[in-house]
Design a protein around this ligand. Sequence first.
Ligand SMILES: Nc1ncnc2c1ncn2[C@@H]1O[C@H](COP(=O)(O)OP(=O)(O)OP(=O)(O)O)[C@@H](O)[C@H]1O
Ligand SMILES: [Mg+2]
Length: 269
Amino acid sequence: MSPLLSVDSLYIRTVETTLVSGVSFTIDAGERVGLVGESGSGKSLTALAVLGLLPDAMRVEGSVRLDGHEVVGARDRDLVPLRGVSVAAVFQEPMTALDPLMRIGDQVGEVVRRRANRDGETPGRAEVRARVLTLLDRVALPEPERIARAYPHGISGGQRQRAAIAMALACRPKLLIADEPTTALDVTTQAEVLKLLEGLVRDEGMALLFISHDLPVVAAVTERALVMRHGELIEAGPVGPLFHRPTHPYTQGLVAAARAFDQALEAAL
Ligand SMILES: Nc1ncnc2c1ncn2[C@@H]1O[C@H](COP(=O)(O)OP(=O)(O)OP(=O)(O)O)[C@@H](O)[C@H]1O
Ligand SMILES: [Mg+2]
């Protein structure tokens, strides 16, 4: 069986410079893969390339095959059917996914309706509403009825991220891309949202591309990880060996830094 996602010799350039060079990796259906690396290493651009959402000014070479379709060079209208069915994304800042002028329930409802239409269903208002409340409940939002009526600015940052996850879930995508989905949240909320995301991905059997700075979190959530630096993929492998016996000096440095932080934390407690 061919992989769900196959990225082959991906280059992303601006007129001045090359931002991503020769990145290749695959993700199988149901597989959870981490993408780590320092700030500016090209993680988000790689994710945007998979979604076909790079700025027009960037030139892309190579191939991104997602669920049997080539994304590189595809017209936007050919990508619309892929988004939400083959792939959906959760970003660091939930407001990128949410419309500030629309009630949460209506936004999630729109995704529910669109996904149902694609499956050849035409659920009525009451059915859509019931599905929305179920989704809000699944992402552990308290009082789903109240949240459904609220506007994004009327709920907390953690609740907004849960609502964004509910929207991604409503798509029932084959691949979920989560780009630092908890970085903007406080530590306790981070842990809750991560646990939730991980559980939902496992329950649904979705594939996951999980982008994070946090090595221990990547090791807990994913099976395999990719390490990027300066736009290149420098190391990849199953998380256990990768984080216990990294071969590249850069990965060794990342692991050592994560260990030192853990030890400092333990010493302080
Ligand atoms: N719209 C843009 N125009 C020009 N350069 C950009 C643009 N977006 C990103 N870059 C550059 O591309 C490089 C990779 O950026 P990218 O956002 O992929 O990094 P990242 O690994 O996601 O970093 P972070 O961990 O900080 O999110 C960086 O040097 C960045 O400055
Ligand atoms: Mg980024």
